[in-house]
Design a protein around this ligand. Structure first.
Ligand code: G6P
Length: 487
């Protein structure tokens, strides 16, 4: 560890690199005897940042996922973890409320109506301040801090006020909405002020960055030139305390090596074959893998699939759809409603089309271990990603990375960030059910050599742009911003 900082502002703080995200990068696991331990969370962000943590005296500030839980900082594998406590009320108002029933639907094209409640906003401010204070107490003098996602948009400015010595990056994993939609937010100025406390803000798509800059111009009166602007603290009379904010897009990716390694294991490949046998050796297996979220277009997918069964274009026994829908945000009303709708649709279709032997849609409402997911990717012929709006969609990239034999077809919504990188996918507007039906059949019937050509091109993209590439680029740009130019 580097020495404890001598700065009065950062007393006791010692970490040169601090990641801040709503959730800590570990999940609690409870064994049969009731004892609980921690396990590293799955996902690209965590595995990409693990080596950076290990080599940079890194710490991670976040919430454990439980209510009313006071935990002291602790170490787990390469991570030094700094838990931030949320009371049960704050879980309701900050996490389920403002984050997931106000911002999430607002930033995803108002697919579900966002709710605006002043009590939720107050909780959001209070919890963001707690994250900022925990970070300020953890970061060493001059440290780099990387804040993640929409739950923590006020942290950059709060942190800069507490610790002007820090270099602050922010990455928005979800879409940033067009001005006309963002304008609905009663606290739009405060959110923009919060974000503009950063030195660098990354978005998934260039379009998100443009939406953001347009909102900043409109509501804060700040103009960007080539993605950069000078930001002054409120009430500042001169430029001395101002900082330069850079805004750009950095499309996130996945841990390609981990997926390829898992896909290459004989056990994973055997499991893939077993999955097909268990399904009765159908001709075509379609796959959907999503958090059970209304942004994912699961209803549109099932509607199209059901109509294809009705038309006789797909047949139970010969074709099957596996839909993995992992439980998510289950106490939020719009998620409860979605679950009822999806399960109602699946139940009706299966009731109508199942035979004693075969099912139309194999619906699985659970999360799966990584190996089972990769086996599913290997076992299936067509992946259906039909999001109505999606910051990136990493499942699409995982599917491509897993298919090392060049097989597989990807139907991909044009409303995902991934569509900007996976241009050889079969791109679809999921709102157009007739088009979706046509393209599902096109994917199934596409000649093998054509499908392989497309998959090869997509694999080239994903294999050369993994999540390490993403974090290297972001952190390098952040460092460059703070490094005085030498001539
Ligand atoms: C999206 C968000 C993440 C979030 C994840 C799971 O990917 O961008 O910030 O962690 O969903 O949602 P949850 O509410 O369970 O954290």
């Amino acid at each position: 560890m580097c020495p404890v900082s001598e700065s009065p502002n950062s007393e006791g703080a010692q970490y040169d690199f601090v990641v801040v995200s709503n959730r800590l990068p570990v999940d609690r696991v409870v064994d049969d005897t009731g004892d609980s331990t921690w396990r590293r969370s799955p996902g690209g962000l965590v595995s990409a940042l693990a080596p950076v943590m290990a080599t940079n005296d890194g710490a991670w500030v976040g919430w454990s996922g439980g209510a009313d839980e006071s935990l002291d900082p602790f170490d787990h594998d390469v991570f030094h973890l700094v838990p931030v406590r949320l009371s049960a009320d704050e879980v309701g108002q900050f996490y389920e409320g403002f984050s997931n029933a106000t911002l999430w639907p607002l930033y995803h094209d108002v697919i579900a109506p966002p709710e605006f409640h002043r009590t939720w906003w107050n909780a959001y401010k209070k919890v963001n301040r707690r994250f900022a204070e925990a970070t300020a107490a953890t970061a060493a003098q001059g440290a780099t801090v990387w804040i993640q996602d929409y739950q923590l948009q006020l942290v950059p400015r709060m942190l800069r006020e507490l610790r002007p010595d820090l270099t602050i990056g922010f990455f928005d994993h979800i879409p940033f909405p067009p001005l006309e939609i963002f304008a609905q937010l009663p606290w739009r100025r405060a959110v923009l002020e919060g974000l503009t406390g950063a030195d660098l803000i990354g978005f998934q798509r260039p379009g998100d960055a443009q939406n953001f800059m347009r909102c900043v111009r409109r509501y804060l009166g700040v103009t960007f030139r080539h993605g950069q602007a000078r930001i002054s603290p409120e009430g500042a009379e001169n430029d001395d305390d101002a900082w330069t904010l850079k805004v750009a897009s950095y499309p996130i990716s996945i841990d390609v090596a981990a997926i390829r390694e898992m896909a290459a294991k004989p056990e994973t490949q055997e499991r893939a074959q077993e999955i097909r046998r268990e399904l009765g050796d159908p001709t075509t297996v379609f796959l959907g893998v999503d958090r059970l979220d209304y942004t994912k277009g699961i209803r549109h997918r099932i509607k199209a699939y059901g109509e294809l069964l009705e038309d006789g274009a797909l047949t139970v026994g010969e074709d099957v759809l596996i839909q993995v829908a992992s439980p998510s945000r289950e106490r939020v009303e719009s998620y409860k409603l979605l679950r009822e709708q999806v399960e109602g649709m699946v139940g009706r279709l299966n009731g109508q089309y199942d035979t004693m032997e075969h099912t139309a849609i194999r619906y699985l409402h659970h999360g799966y271990p990584f190996q089972e997911m990769v086996a599913l990717y290997l076992a299936t012929d067509v992946m259906l990603v039909t999001s109505l709006r999606d910051g990136m969609n990493l499942v699409a990239k995982e599917y491509v990375a897993a298919k090392s034999d060049g097989s597989g077809r990807l139907v991909l919504s044009e409303f995902t960030g991934a569509a900007e990188q996976l241009k050889q996918a079969i791109l679809v507007n999921p709102h157009d059910i007739d088009e979706l039906k046509e393209l599902i059949l096109l994917a199934k019937d596409m000649p093998a050599d054509q499908a392989r050509r497309r998959m090869r091109a997509m694999r080239r993209q994903v294999l050369t742009h993994d999540v390490n590439h993403w974090q290297d680029k972001f952190l390098q740009d952040l460092t460059d911003l703070k490094t005085p130019e030498t001539s």
